[in-house]
Design a protein around this ligand. Structure first.
Ligand SMILES: [Zn+2]
Length: 403
């Protein structure tokens, strides 16, 4: 029988020592018996998830953890999320992530999420944008909350555009965050001019929209970023011959990576990507999926969101919730089964910086794939002292599945 494994992926969990925690990181300060058990029972090390020269984003990082080689295969965030939504991209289409953002009256990008706009309000705005500005050349697609999509159709458009990631660009003047061409093609220049014009029209329309009335962080602008064309990924069961995998996440970008890699994407009702997510539903889905798959990738987004908010108290709570409501129940339910486990973040989001950094992440694995080293808790500081060493590429999944 094939070896089974579960990866617990805590988005954005790694951090740096903080004076207000007496020099501890949030992960060290939080009460995390589940993750500590994996570290204590098994082996610890680090994993390079964000290679040089690529965006420092969750899609790249999660591709790395799964071994999908982003340096070779990264298509851009837009196409990954289009896959997640089941949007068929034609060869000439360029798909963009399109945040609904808040820009203050003085022209500064204040909130990449429009105050974590509700999915219902966001759906109304995206529908109305499509009605008003949709055409043969542009389509607006509703995602979840502020995470939406824009697809440009036709040969006149290019994906060779540099952009600024909105969650890393808060409190900066929009004028300092322009789209710029990556090459000197007419298509790249034309695409930028088209989007600048569209963006101005959308902002004028959103500014007076009834959904935005009375809000402190109204969704009064669109923010197109990470464009790309239809993805070409190696399927999981070819990359890891004959092995099957399921992926569980609230957010489109992670589901999209699963779809690109032909993994089974499991939707959990009430999974929100924030602190109010349906933890019990995700655990139930993971326990069910492990019966019929070799690998289950269980992703939780909330910690990343709390880190971007710069809210230490929320981050600590999100880490403790992840441990108590995800890791512990799964470990307990499967304690008598031959299942390997791994826990890791996809990248750090230091609460002081409120953006992703490329420091290799701590990793702990346990089960029959792991020896037992001397590390007795899961943390950024202790993991590099373990015997697992520094992993990358397909090494983690191969190890977990005994390949
Ligand atoms: Zn992430």
């Amino acid at each position: 029988m094939n070896q089974k494994a579960i990866i617990f992926l805590a988005d954005g969990m790694a951090d740096e020592p903080l004076a207000e925690l007496n020099g501890k990181t949030p992960l060290e300060a939080a009460h995390t018996p589940g993750m500590d058990e994996i570290a204590r029972r098994g082996e610890n090390g680090t994993f390079l998830t964000l290679p040089d020269g690529l965006p420092t984003s969750s899609d790249v990082a999660n591709m790395s953890v799964l071994g999908f080689d982003p340096e070779r295969n990264y298509p851009g965030r837009g196409p990954i999320e289009a896959m997640a939504q089941g949007i068929e991209l034609a060869p000439d289409d360029v798909a963009w992530r399109c945040n609904l953002v808040y820009v203050s009256g003085d022209g500064v990008l204040r909130d990449y999420s429009s105050g974590h706009i509700s999915p219902e309000d966001a759906a109304i705005l995206m529908r109305d944008l499509q009605e008003k500005f949709g055409s043969d050349e542009v389509t607006f697609h509703t995602g979840v909350s502020y995470r939406n999509l824009l697809v440009l159709h036709g040969k006149r458009f290019s994906s060779a555009i540099n952009y600024f990631k909105p969650d890393s660009s808060q409190d900066i003047a929009v004028a300092e965050l322009p789209l710029t061409p990556k090459d000197d093609s007419a298509e790249a220049r034309d695409t930028i001019a088209f989007l600048n014009d569209l963006g101005a029209k959308c902002a004028a329309f959103l500014q007076s929209h009834s959904v935005n009335r009375g809000k402190t962080s109204p969704a009064n602008a669109i923010w197109p970023w990470s464009p790309g064309r239809v993805p070409k990924f190696p399927p999981f069961n070819l990359l890891y011959p004959g092995r099957s995998a399921a992926i569980i996440s609230a957010v489109d970008v992670i589901k999209g990576i699963g779809r690109c890699g032909k993994m089974d994407v499991i939707d959990v009702p009430g999974a929100t990507g924030f602190l109010d997510t349906n933890y019990a539903g995700k655990v139930e889905a993971a326990l069910k999926a492990i019966e019929t798959h070799d690998l289950v990738y269980l992703h939780v987004e909330a910690i990343d969101e709390c880190s971007h908010l710069g809210d230490l108290k929320l981050k600590l709570q999100a880490i403790e919730d992840f441990d108590a409501k995800i890791v512990v129940p799964v470990l307990r339910a499967l304690q008598d089964r031959n299942v390997n486990f791994a826990v890791l973040p996809d990248h750090p989001v230091p609460i002081k910086l409120r953006c992703h950094t490329t420091t290799p992440v701590p990793l702990a694995i346990c089960g029959n794939c792991a020896k037992c080293d001397q590390v007795d808790a899961f943390s950024e500081k202790l993991a590099p002292q373990g015997t697992l060493g520094f992993l990358g590429g397909t090494q983690l999944v191969k190890k977990l599945l005994n390949l």
